[in-house]
Design a protein around this ligand. Structure first.
Ligand code: SAM
Length: 237
């Protein structure tokens, strides 16, 4: 059985590192979906504009093709192991991903281009199917969500004065500032680094910026409050 790649994602996330674990956690994340021939006829999306959200089925093309029956979800600290089908791991048979995203609009050049928001897809992600989201069919009111009963915790994010000035000088500064806060509040670091003193500096690429940050942890007994401090925003050429 082969799957056709019907389209490709152009994403605000150039790299996997830093992308939230699920869609909706960074509502300001933007992307476009461009269709590949022969799936690029405008008829294919006729009526799609009537839906606010879409299911995107895609391939984790940046994950290796190998998979194992047990995986170690970051949500469980990166050590506990759980069945691959009880996870949303990227290391799975057929490497198929599924994301619920907001459909902001459709443009035509003349092939249709879907304008998306709130996604969790790295740039150049291959798309194998699109379906309209039906709230009455696709959301289960009393569903149990196992080891992930609610969204991941968020950290406070502080931007240095230098960063604030960089953003205020940009026409997209406000939306970029929102995206930076939404993404970094998810604490992009590897799970095993999160519960100990961490002096490292990190960088997440968002749009054309390298967002450099470090963690400050309040070490008072019983406090252990961590804050993400954004030190610099470096424009990538
Ligand atoms: N919502 C999808 C699902 O449940 O199938 C994806 C969940 S997966 C845990 C989300 C992660 O996949 C992101 O944090 C990102 O690092 C990674 N990712 C996004 N696009 C990818 C791609 N094309 N190839 C490999 N990994 C990708």
């Amino acid at each position: 059985m082969t799957l056709d790649i019907i389209g490709t994602i152009e994403s605000c996330y150039p790299d996997k590192f830093g992308i939230p674990r699920q869609p909706g956690l960074a509502p300001s994340a933007t992307a476009t979906l461009r269709f590949n021939a022969p799936f690029d006829h405008p008829d294919g999306v006729r009526g799609l504009e009537q839906f606010s959200h879409l299911w995107i089925s895609f391939v984790f093309h940046q994950s290796p093709a190998r998979w194992t029956s047990l995986v170690r979800p970051p949500r469980l600290g990166g050590n506990a192991r759980i069945g691959v089908f009880a996870s949303r791991s990227t290391h799975r048979p057929n490497r198929l991903g599924l994301s619920l995203v907001e459909l902001v609009g459709i443009e035509y050049d003349p092939a249709p281009i879907l304008i998306l928001r709130g996604h969790d897809l790295v740039d150049a992600t291959p798309v194998v199917d699109i379906k309209p989201y039906l709230p009455w069919a696709d959301s289960a009111e009393n569903a149990r969500a196992g080891f992930a009963p609610e969204p991941p915790p968020r950290l406070d994010v502080r931007l240095s004065d230098e960063c604030q000035q960089t953003l205020s000088a940009r026409p997209d500064g406000e939306s970029l500032g929102l995206l930076i806060r939404e993404v970094l509040s998810q604490d992009p670091r590897p799970a095993y680094r999160r519960h100990k003193r961490d002096e490292r500096g990190y960088g997440v690429r968002l749009h054309d910026l390298d967002v450099q940050f470090h963690i400050e942890t309040d070490e008072h007994p019983g406090a252990h409050e961590s804050v993400i401090v954004v030190d610099r925003l470096i424009r990538m050429t």
